[in-house]
Design a protein around this ligand. Structure first.
Ligand code: SF4
Length: 494
């Protein structure tokens, strides 16, 4: 922004992709706000930033479709700038500027903090700026953040991955694993808590290899325990672990730290040992099931979710039946299921024996049917159980039209509940005590046991009030996507 500008320039960040991208978008918003831009509330923003993901199918189509629409918006909007960042930018580099020359800035996954400078430079020089770094310049968590809600936050503990799963493009786009120092992570969590957050999710492509870079194999369990001692922090989650590196010290830390929530996302990918080998995933189905058994032994009410890829090259009917068998035994609370499709740049893309689409589709439908049944049966067991729900925004489609509100139970299940007439209304960030009255595979319905809703007003709710008062705005749903997926296989989500 120059001194001559009458009003601050507005920005919008559009996120296409995984949870890592959603978190990166918070950093991008924070960097732009630190540079004087303000979030657009109506109309087309002066700066549109698209944060892309290369692992989702059709990511290219979606990006270039959006850029097509923005080209005409830009013709009508003097001074508008368009920036493209994230994994697809890291991968495609100047292809984006060749295909869409009206784009002003292309930046990669390693230099998000440069966005304001690049925008300024593009404006000043009157030409597009392309800056892609091959390695990380500043750890993303040291960049300013604009969080989408007051009650919970994401904290990166590591970026990149040292594994080489053959379907995954993350290692080539995000590079080798880089771990943040525990002191920096804890300081960031404390700062979030001081700001009103009562829930944090620790984020990494492979959280339980955390510490490999500074030579402490027990570092993740220690980090969980240390976070558990932070006063005011009520809910700790993490995503994603890797079955190969998931050790019992982490299970012990989960079980012995009351604020670590009874929830675990444990990516299976395939139940066939032959396919796991072809995927270069070093665990086998027996080890995987053993982990679940040990987790349930220590945390009996843990809700365990997973990622599964159907139709990996060479997958036979027998391999697929192995997946069904493991899914049946694993009793996942939910699963992100994906149809395999070719991701250019991954080793699996050039494997022989790519399966016909109809075969993949048919297996996929069978898997969904099985998982829906199991999710429904597992949820059904909760009917009649008292639960604590952290009230959220933007989780229930009907919420704005009715007295219904939504939030997450401790095990991260989505819960809808009605606020009885005459009862007080909780604020996002408050916690309500309700009992599950009905269960479906994807959400629970709950109600208070008497005419008033028991509400625990929290610091997070106070922070929400304060943020609303400061913005003088009508409360709006937060836009953060909920899908907990780090963009790993990310092919055709259910
Ligand atoms: S799937 Fe996960 S563990 Fe495997 S390479 Fe990708 S990020 Fe790493």
């Amino acid at each position: 922004m120059t001194l001559l500008d009458a009003a601050p320039r507005t920005y919008e960040v559009r996120t296409f992709g995984c949870q890592m991208n959603v978190h990166d978008s918070e950093r991008l918003s924070g960097s732009l706000e630190a540079a004087g831009y303000v979030k657009a509330t109506e109309g087309e923003a002066d700066i549109v930033v698209i944060n892309t993901c290369a692992v989702r199918e059709n990511a290219d189509n979606k990006l270039y479709g959006t850029l097509g629409h923005l080209a005409s918006a830009k013709r009508e909007h003097e001074g508008m700038q368009i920036a493209v960042g994230g994994c697809l930018a890291q991968k495609d580099k100047n292809v984006i500027l060749e295909k869409a020359p009206w784009v002003d800035v292309v930046f990669g996954t390693h230099n998000m903090g440069s966005l304001p400078t690049l925008l300024e430079r593009a404006r000043h020089n009157g030409e597009a700026q392309l800056e892609i770094l091959e390695s990380l310049e500043v750890f993303p968590s040291t960049l300013p953040t604009r969080r989408e809600n007051t009650y919970s936050g994401w904290v990166s503990i590591s970026v990149g991955c040292n594994n080489t799963c053959t379907f995954c493009i993350v290692p080539s786009l995000r590079g080798k694993e880089k771990d943040r120092r525990p002191g920096d992570i804890l300081a960031e969590i404390e700062a979030l808590v001081a700001d009103g957050a009562i829930e944090v999710t620790l984020l990494g492509q492979n959280v339980n290899s955390y510490g490999v870079e500074f030579g402490d194999r027990g570092a993740f369990a220690k980090l969980l325990r240390a976070a558990g001692r932070i006063e005011g922090l009520e809910r700790i989650r993490f995503t994603s672990p890797h079955p190969a590196a998931f050790t019992d010290d982490v299970i012990d830390a989960m079980a012995e730290t009351p604020t670590v929530m009874p929830q675990l996302h444990m990516p299976l990918q395939s139940g066939s040992d032959r396919i796991l080998k072809a995927m270069r995933r070093s665990y086998r189905s027996e080890r995987f099931l053993g982990i679940l058994e040990r987790v349930r032994d220590r945390i009996p009410h843990a809700a365990i979710s997973t990622d599964i890829i159907v139709g990996f090259p060479g997958e036979t009917e027998e391999d697929f039946e192995d997946t069904l068998r493991v899914v049946e035994q694993a009793r996942f609370a939910s699963a992100f299921t994906f149809q395999y499709s070719i991701r250019p740049g991954t080793p699996a893309a050039t494997m022989q024996e790519q399966l016909p689409k109809e075969v993949v589709q048919e297996r996929y439908e069978r898997l969904i049917e099985l998982q829906e049944r199991i999710s429904g049966e597992e949820a059904q067991k909760l009917v009649g159980t008292p639960i604590e729900v952290l009230v959220a925004t933007g989780e229930g489609r009907r919420d704005e039209r009715t007295r219904r509100m939504s939030g997450r139970a401790e095990d991260n299940r989505l819960v809808h509940f009605d606020v009885p007439d005459g009862s007080g209304t909780p604020r996002p960030g408050d916690v309500v005590s309700v009992v599950v009255t009905r269960a479906t595979p994807h959400y629970l319905i709950a109600a208070p046991t008497d005419a008033t809703l028991p509400i625990r007003r929290t610091r997070a709710g106070d922070a929400w009030d304060l943020a609303e008062a400061e913005s003088c705005a009508v409360p709006t749903p937060a836009s953060g996507a909920r899908a907990v997926n780090l963009g790993l296989p990310g092919l055709r989500p259910a």
